[in-house]
Ligand binder design. Structure first.
Ligand code: ATP
Ligand code: MG
Length: 848
């Protein structure tokens, strides 16, 4: 089980993980904390992240590098945003057979259309891999962020992307809610539950969008009060203004039509972005220079902060709208706002900060959170709360519904509508709607204020409530309870539908199961309401029910005119021979959901399979590239070394042959060997190593030999010292040694010295380009053997003196009395034999 938070950004994505040590943002394969949200398609494989982005900078593969696809989720090709985005993208957008938006690129040499779910799935696969290498285990469970303004279709599309990547998304989390969580989770001084909550406003200005949320905090709890957005105001919008400015300037000055050249446009966009960053730090004039920009023309321009602010005045004016939006919706008084926390890369634009400060008052605006990583970290905290894998303090999170949601259905009086979730209604939340029906029926969910949406997608989906039938042939009406919910992912769904059957049984009889009763033709008790009436009631069941005062106002509206309750009906029935008992049986009804712009299960499965195949292809390609690189590296190193460190270890003729072989291999690499299967490179490397290995081995032997000889010499000397001390009878530590054994050891030491001297002399006469007379391993084995033989003879422990058993009383006395000489002798003393043994063993280990 993994605890991972993913900020799926428009421009850059972040991965945070939770471990027992806390939450940390992890680095990717090139040691960067952010991964560019770019996917490049090539002839043999895909590249994702940093290497994909570099293909745009170098202009080498612009047309096949997908970026900016976050805003394509859940949108049809005909969507005005998609149509507008098309012209700014170097790759092609096309209509999928379903009407949704596809990305057309050349992959493996063929024009291929990928759905946005697939492309996001590829990016998520890469982020999953990043988390896996940080955690050192497979990752599935995670929490992924989405902008709060994402509609159902967009959210479901991101969920599908997660599934394609093999991720189990425990929750889609609104970006500013993730920021609020990471803010509140670590605060120790939040007001107690019964106290007035602390209100903090969170502002996130990213690359594509602008989001503002007002949040009320109490200890262990956060409640989003309202949120507002501008889905088209972000760093990108500022870049676009600068790009337009320079396109015009270069058009006039150099007569260049920049927009006709995707590569030039991509380079200009990157340069403008860099300039924007620099302008955040300085207000002086800044140059923009691009060499060989287009048609071999070098271009240059300049800009300063005040010019930038002037040309972006219309964008800057849009900063206030969402700020005002949350203040009005949440009915905030300025003095109630404890702080305004700003995050998101583009919030670093000084003019943006100034506007926010002006709106709320400078003293309230702060940037205490990590502007880039707060979203991912908040998602990781949420994942830790949801996952049993890690124990964290509980923290309750109540979000809001961004757009009001209504249901409509046909009834005998025509089309009926009902707003089930007003704007800023708490989420997640469930409600139960009661229908009276004789037949299956369908309801449609939709956004009732389509103008509030970033694009005109009012429909959410159709839900067909199946298997509705009258309780019996009499044609009575069934009471159908439909449970609708805005889930933790912020997605609307009909979670269940059920039908209450009321069974009447005679006294003494056991109540029947509903199905059995119907089958046996038992009389059913039911109410007799007017046709097609509907009641709306809160569902109080479930852990997600927020504890808000508003909830109390939304409590059941049974008094709306629902019919007589079944039990009451039974009581009002005319008296019968046997007083009936009543049992209500709830039958679950199947619900068929047709969701707007939802991938069907079969297509999704196909995409999951395709992703697995592409991952495998990338892996094979990587292995092949690595194998090829190994050959290239070996050629380079060997050629360098045979004229350097290895020179003495190879004869002239052999060196020439080796160099020739290396050169031939290099030519092969750039010609026939340019694109070969992995095995060809593995074989080529083996062939080269066969020639190079003996040379390197001789070098390695020479390097190790001096030390090995020296170690053997030291070993001989160490034992020779003991023999000498024994013979001199000067040291009582050696008194216990055996004369015969000492003699034998002395002989061994002599032989060892002779062997050492003879090998050293032979080796000194041997040419280094020939095999050595003795190998390092042999010398080390000899040293070990010598130690194994001499140690028990020369360094054995002194036998312990025998202690006579004493009568009990004396023994007790003795334990408190002075220590005898004998006893003292058994203990280790400074400079004793035991010390020497230890030293010898340690040193011996070093030599091995
Ligand atoms: P989104 O939140 O819209 O999905 P994102 O999360 O990828 O996008 P961020 O990483 O928060 O976006 O911000 C990226 C934007 O911030 C870019 O437009 C970038 O140019 C801008 N940005 C980053 N640093 C600075 C800076 N110092 N000055 C101005 N703009 C900056
Ligand atoms: Mg972001």
């Amino acid at each position: 089980m993994s605890v991972v938070g993913i900020d799926l950004g428009y421009q850059r994505s972040y991965v945070a993980i939770a471990r027992s040590g806390g939450i940390e943002t992890v680095i990717n394969d090139v040691s960067e904390r952010s991964t560019p949200s770019f996917v490049a398609f090539g002839l043999r494989n895909r590249t994702i992240g940093v290497s994909a982005k570099s293909q745009i900078s170098s202009g080498s593969n612009c047309r096949n590098t997908a970026q900016g696809f976050k805003q394509l989720h859940g949108r049809p090709f005909s969507d005005p945003h998609v149509q507008r985005a098309k012209s700014g993208l170097a790759y092609e957008l096309v209509q999928m057979p379903s009407g949704s938006t596809g990305l057309k690129v050349a992959y493996m040499g063929k024009d291929t259309v990928f759905s946005v779910e697939q492309v996001s799935g590829m990016l998520l696969s890469k982020l999953k891999e990043t988390a896996e290498s940080a955690l050192g285990k497979p990752v599935a469970d995670c929490v992924i962020s989405v902008p709060g303004y994402f509609t159902d279709a967009e959210r479901r599309s991101v969920m599908d992307a997660a599934q394609i990547a093999g991720l189990n998304c425990l929750r889609l989390m609104n970006e500013t809610t993730a920021v609020a969580l990471v803010y509140g989770f670590y605060k120790q001084d939040l007001p107690k539950a019964e106290e007035k909550p602390r209100t903090v406003v969170f502002v996130d200005l990213g690359h594509s969008g602008y989001q503002v949320s007002a949040c009320a905090f109490n200890a262990g709890r956060l409640r989003i009060l309202a949120s507002a957005f501008d889905s088209e105001l972000g760093g990108k919008a500022f870049d676009d203004v600068m790009v337009s400015h320079f396109c015009q300037e270069f058009g006039n000055r150099y007569k260049l039509d920049v927009r006709s050249n995707p590569r030039a446009l991509a380079r200009l966009t990157q340069e403008c972005e860099k300039l924007k960053h620099q302008m955040s730090a300085t207000s002086s004039d800044l140059p923009l220079n691009i060499e060989c920009f287009m048609n071999d023309v070098d271009v240059s321009g300049k800009l300063n902060r005040s010019q930038f602010e002037e040309m972006c005045a219309a964008l800057l004016a849009r900063v206030d709208g969402p700020l005002r939006g949350v203040v009005e919706q949440a009915k905030l008084k300025m003095e109630d706002v404890y702080a305004v926390e700003i995050v998101g890369g583009a919030s670093r634009i000084p003019a943006v900060r100034d506007r926010i400060s002006k709106f709320f008052g400078k003293e309230r605006v702060s940037a205490t959170l990590n502007a880039d990583e707060a979203v991912a970290r908040g998602c990781a905290v949420q994942c830790a709360i949801l996952s049993p894998a890690i124990r964290v303090r509980d923290f309750s999170i109540a979000d809001v519904v961004p757009y009001p949601i209504s249901l409509r259905w046909n009834s005998s009086v025509g089309e009926t509508e009902l707003e089930v979730f007003p704007k800023n209604h708490a989420a997640p939340f469930s409600r139960v709607i009661t229908f009276y029906r004789r037949e299956p029926f369908s309801v449609e969910a939709y956004y009732n204020q389509p103008k509030e949406l970033p694009y005109p997608t009012a429909t959410i989906g159709q839900f067909l409530i199946q298997n509705v039938s009258p309780p019996e042939a009499s044609g009575e009406i069934s009471k159908v309870k439909v449970k609708v919910r805005v889930t933790g992912h912020g997605v609307f769904s009909v979670t269940s539908a059920s039908l209450d059957r009321v069974l009447k049984v005679s006294e003494g009889e056991e109540p029947f199961e509903a199905e059995q009763a119907m089958k046996d033709g038992e009389e059913m008790c039911t109410d007799q309401p007017e046709d097609n009436r509907t009641t709306l009631q809160c569902d109080n069941v479930g852990e997600d029910k927020p504890e808000t005062s508003e909830d109390a106002e939304e409590t059941p509206a049974e008094e709306d005119g629902v019919g007589v309750k079944p039990q009451e009906t039974a009581n009002q029935s005319p008296p019968q021979a046997k007083k009936p008992k009543v049992k209500t049986k709830t039958m679950e009804l199947p619900v068929e959901s047709t969701l707007h712009w939802q991938l069907d299960g079969q297509t999704l499965n196909l995409f999951v399979e395709d992703e697995a195949k592409m991952i495998m292809q990338d892996k094979l390609e990587k292995e092949k590239k690595d194998a090829k690189n190994n050959v290239e590296e070996y050629i380079y190193e060997m050629r360098h070394e045979v004229h350097g460190v290895l020179e003495k270890f190879v004869g002239a003729a052999d060196r020439d042959a080796l160099v020739q072989t290396l050169e031939a291999a290099e030519t092969w690499l750039y010609e026939d060997g340019e694109d070969q299967p992995k095995t060809a490179y593995v074989d080529k490397l083996a062939e080269l190593k066969k020639l190079g290995r003996p040379v390197r081995e001789r070098h390695a032997e020479a390097e190790g030999r001096t030390k090995a000889f020296e170690d053997l010499r030291k070993q001989v000397q160490r034992y020779a010292v003991v023999v000498e001390a024994y013979r001199a009878k000067a040291d009582p530590r050696h008194e216990h040694l055996d004369e015969v054994e000492v003699g034998r050891a002395e002989q061994l030491l002599k032989e060892a010295m002779a062997w050492l001297n003879s090998k050293m002399s032979q080796q000194s006469k041997q040419d280094l380009s020939l095999a050595p007379v003795v190998k390092v391993q042999e010398i080390q084995a000899f040293t070990r053997e010598l130690h194994a033989s001499c140690y028990p003879m020369l360094l054995k422990a002194k036998p312990k003196p025998k202690v006579e058993p004493l009568p009990k009383e004396e023994k007790m006395e003795e334990s408190n009395g002075p220590v005898s000489d004998d006893q003292e002798g058994t203990e280790a003393r400074p400079g004793s034999l035991e010390d020497l043994e230890d030293q010898t063993t340690e040193e011996q280990m070093d030599t091995q």
